[in-house]
Design a protein around this ligand. Structure first.
Ligand code: FE2
Length: 223
């Protein structure tokens, strides 16, 4: 999948197409890098390292994105992160998210780390507590202006006991007409299925998204 980045904060306009990360497998490291010794959990993930760009020193289980105060459908995504058994809550897991704005752009914001601008200004982090729970208040992303992809939120996981960060299924919306049968069929179900059913409570849409660490994640270690 390609991302669309709108450069320039006030201005209009240069559209740059850039790879989001490794979901589509359309960018791969050099063969020499793909040795058993350094094969990262989850495989190559282009852009996942931006989890560290601007990461706050402390993170909580609840985050409110800057998008929350912007025009758009208000959205709460919440759930529990479980260990691989699907039952035990996983504490101290960092979940990084980023998504397009209400116009479908990864629009950079003022003060952002330069290298993170490709992820746009609507991004943030949560870190699970003992109960594995997390909650993100944001707005529902718009699909890219060319409408060639379903609206989505990119989630990246960093576990305390795994050296590298890795991506899980994009969070997408079951009621999105761009989420075709073909796309649904091809989803990898990394960390569980990323298709979210949304319910409405007043002005808020609420989506539940539980995550099972390691589920369908290549080279995930046995615990
Ligand atoms: Fe994207």
């Amino acid at each position: 999948m390609k991302c669309i980045l709108k450069t320039g904060w006030f201005a209009v306009t240069i559209l740059v197409f850039t790879a989001c990360k490794g979901q589509s497998g359309n960018q791969q490291p050099a063969e020499a890098e793909k040795t058993a010794a350094n094969q990262p959990v989850g495989g190559y993930c282009e852009g996942c390292e931006l989890i560290y760009a601007g990461m706050p020193a402390t993170m909580a289980a609840l985050d409110t994105s800057v998008g929350w105060a912007e025009p758009g459908q208000k959205l709460l995504v919440r759930g529990t992160v479980y260990k691989r058994d699907g039952k035990t809550p996983a504490p101290d897991v960092i979940l990084y998210y980023y998504h397009t704005d209400n116009n479908g752009y990864y629009s950079p914001g003022p003060g952002m780390p330069e290298k993170a601008k490709r992820h746009g200004h609507i991004r943030g982090w949560v870190k699970t507590g003992a109960d594995g729970r997390y909650a993100i208040y944001t707005i529902r992303p718009a699909p890219y202006p060319n409408r060639q992809a379903q609206a989505h939120i990119h989630p990246v996981i960093k576990e305390p006991d795994i050296e590298n960060e890795y991506y899980i299924d994009e969070w997408v919306f079951d009621d999105d007409p761009l989420l075709t049968t073909e796309i649904r069929r091809k989803m990898e179900n990394r960390g569980g299925n990323g298709i979210m059913k949304v319910r409405t409570s007043g002005d808020l849409q609420i989506a539940e998204r539980d995550i099972i660490l390691g589920l369908n994640v290549p080279d995930y270690p046995q615990h």
